[in-house]
Design a protein. Structure first.
Length: 205
């Protein structure tokens, strides 16, 4: 009789053990904590490095290039948009542009872009007639031979124009002394109406 009881108890024990093993195997793998997952996805951006890249000054091809001297503007509620992508200066306009005119003269170059974002309007802009004022006390107009005149005039719907506006300086001894420049230009709606004057201050240093 005792053998039968012992046998029954042993069988019950074995069955209970098997049941525990099955439960253990059926359990899902532990998931990573929510805090750890969020921390991985929210990797911080190094703003200091991004700012350094945006404002870096580069010297090449007889130019000092100021990448951080940028500006965006608009006319007619965004129908016409403007962008300045940077400012470059040179102490020798002849070497910088590989031309014989004005050898040894200084110059400021502004990379200008404009876009007509409308589907049915026309505008007029004349960046090649702009005025430049420098922190060194000069007020000059664009060089008529080196400036890209294709960016000036009528801008039809959906059209983007870009090019360099180049200002030859007369009295600045060293372009490295220029700390800021101001660009003044006008935009017009169709038929030269509703003029608006823009004054853009660009800090170089």
């Amino acid at each position: 009789m005792r053998k039968v009881i012992y046998s029954a108890a042993l069988v019950a024990l074995l069955l209970a053990g098997c049941g525990n093993e099955e439960k253990t195997e059926a359990q899902p793998e532990a998931k990573p904590k929510v805090e750890e997952t969020v921390a991985k996805e929210a990797k911080p951006v190094d703003d200091e490095e991004a700012l350094k890249a945006a404002t870096e000054t580069v010297e090449e091809d007889h130019f000092i290039k100021y990448r951080g001297a940028e500006w965006q503007g608009e006319y007619d509620n965004g129908g016409l948009t403007f962008k300045i992508h940077g400012v470059s200066v040179t102490n020798d306009i002849g070497k910088a542009y590989n031309v014989q005119a004005n050898p040894g003269h200084k110059a400021v170059q502004i990379w200008f872009e404009l876009e007509n974002t409308t589907a049915d309007k026309k505008y007029e802009v004349y960046p090649d007639q702009a005025t430049l004022v420098t922190s060194t006390g000069e007020q000059v107009k664009p060089d008529p031979f080196l400036t890209n005149h294709k960016i000036a005039g009528e801008v039809y719907e959906g059209v983007t124009k870009e090019g360099d506006i180049i200002f030859a300086l007369e009295n600045t001894e060293d372009v490295a002394d220029i700390e800021s420049v101001k660009l003044v230009f006008n935009a017009y709606s169709e038929n030269g109406e509703n003029a608006k004057e823009f004054e853009v201050d660009l800090q170089l240093k």
